[in-house]
Unconditional design. Structure first.
Length: 604
């Protein structure tokens, strides 16, 4: 084990994706996995990824693994028997619906092929120590008592774990193993031990929404189409006379569907019998109504509906936000940092966006600390770079949670047919708000824009031109051409390539010519030389057109796909200013500062 490794605590989607992204950027990592490494198949546990999140994930997993998922061709909303909204979707606009166990297996398969990443199973962290040079974590063997001076976390999580043999770790003692790394990231879920060890509060609300969930294999009246059906109407009550007010149907691979029924935020437990009745009543309604058969089939007027019930459960949405996402050299990401999920917002997607934001920043800091990028000892810039993770991502998730809180009374009120104004959201009906959340668009679903990012050049420092994407917002997924002539799409070049900066030239006409004809023509030699001289690993790409951009516009893009600035051409000084801003700022007049925060030891 190297003391320069980044320690990742937790092997869910966020933790695995972080280790994979770090490996693609040349940074070694160690994943401390509290489980035995076996991924449990739960068909009813699935996640919806925004198109750009899915593309970023695919670019990292390829070519070692493929994560199977379904893109919806349409989204429709209905109230009783009436079609209220019908949205046609494309590969660029459709979310990807994937079973979480398939996602985790795909990430584990890709990670197993990376030499810079290592997963240690059955490893529960019970102590974290930090100093100016790194982080030390201690894992406790399975079945042992808590080390002297430690106490149980009291949150019901499994505290049994073991690390590798003592000779393989940074040191062993107190009945466990010590691990040493440069940074540590807690991706260990809602009951995060790392968050508790840091003493970080987790404010918010519990049980904002509850859904009964079922995964089943059946032929529904729709194919590759997701549906939100509200106020199902006559015949939709169960045997106890309760009305099913809202159900969502979303397809998965192999003819599987996930159905979610909205429940009261706090109510009686949902028994297996009651959930089965919901399945039978809903399928019967969608197939024309009919009587339930004892074997799980519903006989309608025109046809018999058969289904195979694969999995069931109850999903509870909480709204919580950690008060701090960075404490010295330790960070929080995914469910350890936030809980979202009401009104269609997806926790897994937001966790992966945390990872996309943090991975390249940790990689930059790691490379500079290890001399890969040459001498640069300005610690203020490094702190600004790493602090930007909390300011950007915590600000974005906090804004999302506030929007959900504002929308919930509008969406869930009785009647709900009138248009209502939400701050910054315009006039939207409750059904349109729900659609926005499920499709990843609008106030409740669109990817965050870091408009006040500390990594943006100060106003007036560089000359910019307007494009349809404002600074700090995610860029559009346009076709691009690399300098070696390779063709693809812009999202496929993000993070997975290991680049620390992307420079995109808008050059109409280049798509019809072989790259050797225009690489040495016009402004290309000047721009290529300017990109080569940047203090970051930058990749130069060309596109025929970009929304709102004039010819010869140069877009400077972060590795997580957010726009830094749009320049009116290959201006060397402006490109350098953008690169300096992205890596925390150029602060030539300052001396290296001492470690700003005191050493902290925190124990359970």
């Amino acid at each position: 084990m190297s003391e320069s490794e980044v320690i990742v605590v937790g092997a869910g989607p966020a933790g695995l994706a972080l280790a994979l992204a770090l490996a693609r950027s040349g940074v070694p990592s160690l994943v401390l996995d509290n489980s035995d490494g076996e991924v449990v198949r739960r068909a009813a546990r699935s996640c919806v990824l925004r198109p750009d999140t899915a593309a970023w994930l695919a670019s990292m997993a390829t070519p070692h693994a493929v994560v199977p998922g379904v893109r919806w061709r349409r989204w429709s909303t209905r109230r009783r028997s009436q079609l209220v909204q019908d949205v046609e979707l494309t590969d660029e606009t459709s979310p990807v619906h994937v079973e979480q166990h398939a996602l985790e297996r795909g990430l584990r398969a890709a990670l197993a092929r990376e030499k810079l990443a290592h997963v240690v199973t059955r490893s529960h962290v019970d102590l974290i120590e930090q100093d100016a040079a790194g982080v030390t974590a201690h894992t406790r063997p399975r079945g042992s008592a808590a080390p002297a001076g430690d106490q149980d976390s009291g949150d019901g999580t499994d505290t049994a774990a073991t690390g590798r043999d003592a000779g393989e770790g940074a040191g062993a003692g107190r009945g466990g193993t010590w691990w040493r790394g440069s940074y540590l990231v807690g991706c260990d879920g809602a009951r995060s031990t790392v968050r508790k060890l840091l003493g970080v509060g987790f404010a918010g609300r519990t049980a904002v929404e509850r859904h009964a969930v079922a995964a089943l294999r059946a032929e529904l009246p729709w194919e590759q189409e997701a549906l939100l059906h509200r106020e199902l109407g006559a015949g939709s009550g169960n045997r106890a006379g309760r009305t099913q007010t809202e159900v969502t149907a979303r397809p998965l691979p192999d003819g599987v569907w996930r159905l979610d029924w909205l429940l009261p935020p706090r109510g009686e437990l949902v028994t297996p019998e009651a959930l089965l009745e919901r399945v039978q009543d809903t399928l019967g309604l969608w197939h024309g109504g009919g009587a339930r058969g004892r074997g799980g089939e519903v006989t309608g007027v025109d046809e018999a509906v058969r289904y195979e019930l694969l999995d069931t459960g109850v999903h509870t949405s909480h709204q919580r936000l950690a008060r701090r996402w960075r404490v010295e050299r330790t960070f929080l990401a995914g469910d350890a940092a936030h809980l979202v999920g009401a009104l269609g917002v997806q926790s897994v997607d937001e966790g992966l966006r945390d990872v996309a934001n943090l991975a390249w920043k940790l990689a930059l800091a790691w490379h500079e600390a290890n001399g890969v990028r040459g001498a640069r000892t300005d610690r203020d810039a490094i702190h600004a770079l790493l602090d930007s993770y909390e300011s950007e991502r915590r600000g974005a998730v906090g804004a999302r949670l506030r929007a959900v809180d504002q929308a919930l009374p509008v969406v869930r009120r009785e009647g709900g047919g009138l248009r209502s104004m939400l701050p910054g959201g315009g006039a939207r009906t409750p059904m349109e708000l729900l659609t926005d959340g499920h499709l990843g668009r609008g106030l409740l679903g669109a990817p965050a824009a870091y408009r006040r990012s500390p990594l943006t050049p100060p106003q007036g420092e560089v000359g910019t031109v307007p494009v349809d994407t404002p600074p700090g917002a995610p860029v559009e997924d346009v076709p691009v051409i690399a300098m070696d002539g390779g063709r693809g799409r812009l999202r496929g070049q993000l993070c997975g390539s290991g680049s620390e900066l992307l420079v995109l030239l808008v050059a109409p006409g280049t798509a019809v010519w072989d790259s050797r004809h225009w690489l040495s023509a016009g402004m290309m030699p000047e721009l290529a030389a300017a990109v080569e001289a940047l203090p970051l690993k930058a990749q130069l790409l060309v596109t025929e057109q970009y929304p709102g951009a004039a010819a010869h516009t140069v877009l400077v893009i972060r590795p997580d796909g957010h726009l830094v600035a749009a320049l009116p051409g290959p201006r060397t000084a402006d490109l350098r200013a953008c690169a300096d801003a992205v890596r925390g700022g150029a602060l030539p007049g300052r001396q290296p500062d001492a470690y700003r925060r005191p050493r902290r030891q925190t124990r359970t």
